[in-house]
Design a protein around this ligand. Structure first.
Ligand SMILES: Cc1ncc(C[n+]2csc(CCOP(=O)(O)OP(=O)(O)O)c2C)c(N)n1
Ligand SMILES: [Mg+2]
Length: 834
């Protein structure tokens, strides 16, 4: 069933139309001024001089008049209905539009008092745009009221929904460019409507702006007939209404009237849907429901010319209404008098003298149009200012008991799931878990059991805990869950995105944009810190037992490590208790991108919870129970970061203890990867003196690392012992195979690590060539066993730390704590040559 939203029958009177048109003209004038003028004579009191124009013309005109039109109309609705609303600008390259309206509303001046709402301020407004030391050309973080830069197209609708979740009083106007609508993420975002709970969430009103063109091409969606458009969007669960204009012989007033009636119809429709879902009497005429009683949310399609009101033609070529209007329709205005005359004519066509007084202040009738709650000043758009910390139950209550290292095993994410479920229950409107259909697979099912999955679409008896009020957001689009979460965070709430490690790369680029937002807002004193963007990557590279190579890629860590040090954090907790402690930490943190990699498969429990907390606080530390260097300098440091690397590295240490009992081995575990970097490079960086004490300045370090080895080399670049680091990790050898065969194929298995120690510690290899040979043989045999029997040999799959160990609250004075101990015999052959 395809349904449409009916336009309202209320018609604007002439004064209302005139008011809209005057606002639109003012905003258009201010936008053109930003793109072209230096700002010395912003009101054009004199003929436009060459020196009054910018030497470099940088900005986008084409989308701007459409955005100004929509802002003016949305703002009218906000004022008349006293809405709590925000405006998300998909074509964010239309920065001049949003900056103009924000200045007209007075918010720009509130935030940047030197840019006053008068001629002097207007001059600064013009000059600062796309100017060195000024503001960017897009709807960037500098713009009050913005939660969405729109520089990288495709994420507006996902952000808009993220903002609307759990905010029942909010309306999000979301302009989607017709070019933007071609992107995969945006095309996927229409599905968001199936997850909106009309009772508990706010509403998104998508406005698909068909100006017909993108940079240099038409758009596919604009060439659809209205019938096809309505069928297309109706089929996605919307009730579209199409507004087009100006038709032949029409003025802008005709478009204003139709657009206003359509917008009123949309907002009436939203109100009716919400009233029904919230158990109130509503306006049934405006409510549209599809089959199965699922609401059809209104959607506006607006067809207006690209660059409307700009130059119709330039040098004999059509500009208005074509792709040529995309950037600056008239170029070279400094050196070309004729072009400059055209620009002046264009700017004067808005009749600025009727819109601003002699001092450059907007006329009173324009000021009267500013709503009580302007969209540009909505506090939600400064999410940190409205954010409340989560209520976090004590994770220690969910910790596993650890009697000795490796004695028991747990699935870390399963253990975490119980605690996260508590978090979700205790924060019923400010926390959500997001995932691309992998929450159960990542063993976080407890959260689903506690708070259900969000689902507002058609139901089925086999649905598992799906309900409109569900808190777990699952849709098979990494883009969409990422965008929803970003929108949710940008408006001050909290969340975790759980994904398979390999496929989180799909949102690399979205992460870039969010990290940029965090970086820039950190430098804007009026923007408060946001809750962190938290990734929980499970089903990781080493344990893709039944998926294979396509599912194996730890490179997201490399990607995140390229972001600003004050933003990026990477954690590799080795067991269940360290994962709990890590997640507690990241959910309390602000303004970071936290990446936590943790296994869902059974792993050994190493640390009792108090030890885990201390280890995580240190970020990296010596595990004395696994070390045999106490009281002396080690001959070698064996290090690990990640759960599987920790297992292999400990097994390698076990081999060394067995075969070279006098070798002084220090075992180091790294949870917080950025501890490896120098303190001058990263806020988490360990001071050099401490780092050198742990890793030594000159002893070999054999490290098993969860990701690509080069990352560790990069992070330790400035360390004294950088040259001593020998790192094993994923080297692109993947397939569907056993856990041991997987580490072995990548040269990160216990035998290879033990052999690395023989090869690195000076003098050992010549004396222990036979041992090395046995290690290589054992390694080969283990692989052959796997190839023959389809599983790892029992002595490998069943291996656990055999030396016991006491966890020392304080450094022990005697080696008594080490269960394994050292044999009394003095076997000098185990020691390196001096
Ligand atoms: C993901 C992405 N790809 C390419 C671009 C380059 N780009 C900037 S604007 C634009 C055209 C946008 O067209 P549309 O969404 O229709 O916006 P409008 O016509 O309103 O300017 C493109 C391709 C981009 N910003 N983001
Ligand atoms: Mg377009």
């Amino acid at each position: 069933m395809v349904v449409t939203t009916q336009a309202s029958t209320r018609q604007l009177d002439d004064a209302e139309v005139e008011g809209l048109d005057r606002w639109w003209r003012a905003a258009n004038y201010l936008a053109v001024g930003q793109i072209y003028l230096m700002g010395d004579d912003p009101l054009l009191t004199r003929p436009l001089a060459a020196a009054s124009t910018k030497p470099r013309l940088l900005g986008h005109w084409g989308t701007t008049p459409g955005l100004n039109l929509l802002w003016a109309h949305a703002s009218r609705c906000v004022r008349e209905r006293d809405l709590e609303a925000i405006f998300v600008t998909g074509p964010g390259h239309g920065g001049p539009a949003v900056v103009a309206s924000t200045w007209l509303e007075g918010t720009w001046t509130d935030v940047y008092p030197d840019v006053s709402r008068d001629a002097a301020g207007m001059g600064k407004l013009f000059r600062q745009f796309s100017f060195p030391g000024g503001i960017p050309s897009h709807v960037a973080a500098d713009v009050p009221g913005s939660i969405h830069e729109g520089g990288e197209l495709g994420y507006s609708l996902a952000h808009a929904h993220g903002a609307a979740f759990d905010d029942p009083g909010l309306v999000v106007f979301c302009v989607v460019g017709d070019g933007e609508a071609e992107t995969g993420p945006l095309a996927g975002s229409w599905q968001s409507v199936a997850f909106v709970d009309a009772a508990r969430d706010g509403a998104v009103l998508p406005v698909l702006h068909l100006n017909g063109w993108k940079i240099a091409n038409p758009t596919t969606v604009a060439r659809l007939s209205d019938d096809d458009l309505v069928a297309h969007l109706g089929g996605r669960g919307y009730a579209p209404v199409v507004v087009e204009g100006p038709h032949e012989g029409e003025t802008s007033a005709d478009v204003h009237r139709r657009l206003a009636a359509a917008l009123d119809g949309c907002l009436d429709g939203i109100a009716a849907i919400q009233a029904r879902a919230r158990g109130r009497a509503g306006d049934d005429d405006h409510e549209v429901v599809g089959t199965d009683d699922v609401p059809r949310w209104p959607l506006l399609v607006l067809r207006t010319p690209k660059g409307w009101t700009g130059p119709a033609e330039v040098d004999g070529e059509r500009v208005e209404g074509t792709w040529r209007a995309h950037q600056v329709p008239i170029s070279e205005v400094r050196g070309d008098d004729e072009n400059r005359r055209r620009l002046e004519e264009w700017m004067r066509s808005y009749r600025p003298e009727e819109l601003f007084d002699a001092d450059g202040r907007p006329q009173q009738d324009l000021l009267d149009l500013v709503p009580r709650r302007p969209m540009s000043a909505n506090p939600r758009t400064n999410g940190g200012s409205v954010s409340r910390p989560l209520r976090l139950a004590d994770f220690r209550d969910h910790a596993v008991e650890v009697r000795g290292p490796g004695e028991t095993m747990h699935s870390p994410t399963t253990v975490l799931g119980d605690w996260l479920a508590r978090v979700a229950v205790d924060n019923p409107t400010t926390f959500r878990l997001f995932g691309p259909d992998e929450v159960a697979s990542n063993r976080l099912q407890a959260v689903v059991e506690a708070v259900g999955r969000a689902w507002a679409g058609k139901g089925d008896p086999d649905d598992d805990r799906m309900r409109p009020s569900g808190r777990v957001m699952e849709v098979l689009s990494e883009h969409l869950v990422q965008g929803w979460l970003e929108g949710y965070l940008l408006t001050g709430r909290h969340g975790v995105l759980t994904s398979y490690e390999a496929f989180v790369h799909i949102v690399d680029s979205m992460l870039n944009q969010h990290a940029k937002w965090l970086k820039v807002t950190r430098q804007l004193p009026w923007r408060d810190p946001l809750p962190s963007l938290n990734y929980l990557l499970s089903s990781h590279v080493w344990r893709q037992d039944h998926n294979g190579f396509s599912h194996q890629d730890p490179g997201f860590l490399d990607h995140v490590a390229t972001k600003k040090a004050e933003i990026s954090r990477i954690y590799l907790p080795p067991d269940a208790n360290t994962l709990l402690s890590t997640m507690d930490h990241v959910l309390r943190s602000e303004h970071y991108v936290n990446v936590v990699v943790a296994g869902k498969q059974m792993v050994h429990d190493y640390l009792p919870v108090q030890e885990a907390v201390e280890h995580c606080a240190r970020g990296l530390g010596i595990w004395d129970w696994a070390s045999s260097d106490e009281g002396e300098e080690p001959d070698v440091v064996v290090a690990a970061a990640g759960d599987v690397p920790t297992l292999e590295a400990l097994a390698a240490v076990d081999l060394l203890r067995t075969h070279l009992p006098r070798l002084r081995v220090r075992f180091v575990n790294v949870v917080d990867l950025m501890r490896l970097q120098s303190a001058s490079e990263h806020p988490h960086g360990m001071p050099d003196a401490e780092f050198d004490a742990v890793f030594t300045r000159d002893r070999p370090v054999v490290m098993a690392f969860h990701g690509y080895p080069a990352l560790v080399h990069r992070l330790t670049y400035r360390r004294a012992n950088n040259g001593g680091f020998h790192v094993r990790g994923f080297v692109e050898e993947g397939t569907t195979t056993t856990p041991f065969d997987m580490v072995s194929a990548n040269d990160m298995d216990r035998f290879r690590l033990a052999a690395d120690v023989l090869e690195r510690v000076p003098g050992l290899l010549p004396r222990h060539a036979a041992l090395r040979q046995r290690l290589m043989d054992a390694r080969r045999r283990a692989r052959e066993h796997a190839y023959e029997h389809g599983e790892d040999p029992e002595e490998i799959s069943g291996w656990r730390w055999p030396h016991g160990g006491v966890h020392h609250a304080m450094p022990a004075g005697t080696p008594a704590g080490r269960g394994g101990g050292r044999p009394a015999v003095d076997d000098a052959g185990d020691r390196p040559t001096p």
